[in-house]
Write a protein that binds this ligand. Structure first.
Ligand code: SAM
Length: 276
């Protein structure tokens, strides 16, 4: 989940980030599980629970990598639709006018189609993601687009939800990426970011520091043969703005009702805001 280069000069950062993800793409998912002890799955599930997307929405998953957030989004909206259908069937003996028209519409058009666009600057990450989708049998509602978060290849007002999970730290100009998120969201659309943040509990902070400084580069070397990238990871997490500062940056980009949720004592945080 976890690279980021704040220590290299700005001009070189994008190139360095690209090379790292190109070389780790095949090991990326294994490394995520190893480094977070599988907890990244719970963080991503929590993002979806907070989002609680209704069927029929359009998601842009920026820096989407191998597709974890998009897969969850499609699965969530599909099971939400099934649940709604079951509840509707159970709770109405005598159908209301609304039920009749809903039924008519859904018979005609089928379930509202949710769709997710995985956008990432790195072709290799997308390639691994596509293979995963094929293996999992996800064939509809998903597309893969090569693109830079700082200059998204989409028109204005296109998406209901914009997510960026463990991606914004890797972007060279964070403000620019936030402005692009604002531009491509529809009015009423939601921005959601899952990212490493500042640990709030001092005891946990000490344990986490020890683990990340001593263990993560070792795991990087053993599993991916890449000590340096994982050392940068640890440094970049410390350099990323804390919860309150990042919240202000999101507000500065024009979002309203910005709030954040700390997970695992602030090891990561979910920031959310709306384009009104
Ligand atoms: N979101 C996925 C997840 O949570 O598993 C992948 C996160 S991975 C740590 C970071 C991703 O950000 C990589 O796939 C990388 O290629 C992508 N990335 C880095 N800089 C980017 C940029 N400027 N625009 C789009 N994607 C970028």
């Amino acid at each position: 989940t976890h690279f980021g280069f704040q220590t290299v000069p700005e001009g070189e950062k994008a190139e360095k980030v690209y090379k790292v993800f190109e070389s780790v793409a095949k090991k990326y998912d294994v490394m995520n599980d190893a480094m977070s002890l599988g907890i990244h799955r719970l963080w991503k599930d929590t993002l979806l629970h907070i989002m609680n997307p209704q069927p029929g929405l359009r998601l842009l998953d920026t820096a989407g990598g191998t597709g974890d957030i998009s897969f969850r989004f499609l699965e969530y909206t599909r099971s939400m639709y099934d649940r709604q259908q079951r509840l509707r069937a159970k709770s109405h003996q005598t159908p209301s006018w609304q039920d009749i028209t809903d039924h008519y519409v859904s018979d005609d058009a089928g379930p509202p189609r949710s769709c997710a666009v995985v956008c990432d600057i790195n072709k290799e990450m997308l390639k691994v993601g596509k293979q995963r989708a094929e293996k999992a049998g996800i064939t509809t509602g998903l597309s893969w687009v090569v693109g830079n978060a700082e200059e998204l290849p989409f028109d204005d007002d296109q998406f209901d939800i914009y997510t960026i999970a463990f991606g914004i730290r890797n972007v060279t100009h964070i403000e620019q990426a936030l402005q692009e998120a604002f531009r491509v969201l529809k009015p009423g659309g939601r921005f959601m970011c899952l990212e490493f943040s500042k640990v709030t509990n001092p005891l946990l902070a000490r344990l986490y520091d020890t683990y990340s400084f001593q263990m993560i580069p070792v795991l990087g070397e053993v599993i991916a043969g890449d000590w340096k990238s994982y050392q940068y990871l640890v440094e970049s997490i410390r350099k990323f703005p804390d919860q309150e500062t990042f919240k202000e940056m999101i507000e500065d980009a024009g979002f309203f009702c910005v709030q954040y949720f700390n997970l695992t004592g602030g090891i990561v945080a979910i920031h959310s805001g709306f384009k009104l």
